[in-house]
Ligand binder design. Sequence first.
Ligand SMILES: *Cc1c(COP(=O)(O)O)cnc(C)c1O
Length: 385
Amino acid sequence: MRTAQRIADLPPYLFAEIDNKVAVKRAEGADVISLGIGDPDTPTPARIVDRMAEAIRDTRNHKYPSYVGAQRYREACAEWMQTRFGVDVDPDEEVVALIGSKEGIAHIFLAFVDPGDVTLVPGAGYPVYTTGGILAGGDYHYMPMTEENDFLADFESVPADMLSRARMMFLSYPNNPTSAIATQEYFDRAIEFAREHDLLIVHDNAYSEIGYDGYVPPSFLERPGAKDVAIELFSCSKAYNMTGWRVAFACGNATAIEALGRVKTNIDSGVFTAIQDAAIEAFTGPQDSVAELVELYTRRRDRVVAVLDSIGLAARKPKATIYVWPKIPAGYTSASFATHVLDAADVIVSPGSAYGPSGEGYIRITLTTPDDRLDEALERIRDTL
Ligand SMILES: *Cc1c(COP(=O)(O)O)cnc(C)c1O
């Protein structure tokens, strides 16, 4: 049996060595703690689960869903964009439901990238920005992200030959994995750049609700002219502890939303309508759960940054996201340090290089581990250094 070339073209899975070691350790009975996965440890808020329990009994929800999302779901998304950000989007022309934002990221390539076209991707970012392009037969170019540059992806440094083939640019702030946030001025420059080079910007706003110390992450679409060149992705996953439910939406530029919807119509049959009803509750119901979540992560963030600082692993104190991004000690690569921590402490951390070349020299630590386990993991890491 021969698989397609695009399967061979996918990059090697950088967690493979770590995964193998974890499997061996766990089989030997080791107590391995993971600070590797960005998946909330606390449950979906009860009001959302209760709404789902009701919605699943409604037999009208048992049929094929609407491809682009139920009218009431798209209206709730548009209303949320208005109340949360003051952004106007038309629920009929400028919103499409997604089976999680990962689905939208993977499928947008089929709408905008022909074989050989280039996508500009953050030097450290969500891996599907590159692998989605490879599966569509496209190329990609990493935009450098440096600490000196506040981890703002440097689109201005993209070489002309890449730029002439580029169709799309991914940006994502608050950022996974660096936890960086963007300025309005940076977003404005990106819009100008996209206009000049005829690019679609896809802004992945997975962490819009997870801001600390009074910082409220914005929508990219708040910026003047953004809708001419951009779509934005929002997800229930991190904001409402709904990673397992698979529900999100894309909104913004009508041409891009229509094209993405057309791809989806030919591939999937939409989000289970009962889940859309639960997501409507997430967006329109009381938002106390978000504040509680932010409070929990704030406490963990302060703990993690303080301990890391005390053991010489300097990290900026994140203003948003569920990630801390410390520099690794001299003498290691990201991968060798992650391996060292696993070998010596039975703790899983993500090597920064797994997110792209700009991630080399860092590891990513997630805040989605229960407090006692997080403390234990930090103590063990301290003991290895
Ligand atoms: C978690 C995450 C996603 C995936 O979100 P889903 O809606 O669960 O698919 C997308 N982008 C970034 C940057 C993320 O961290």
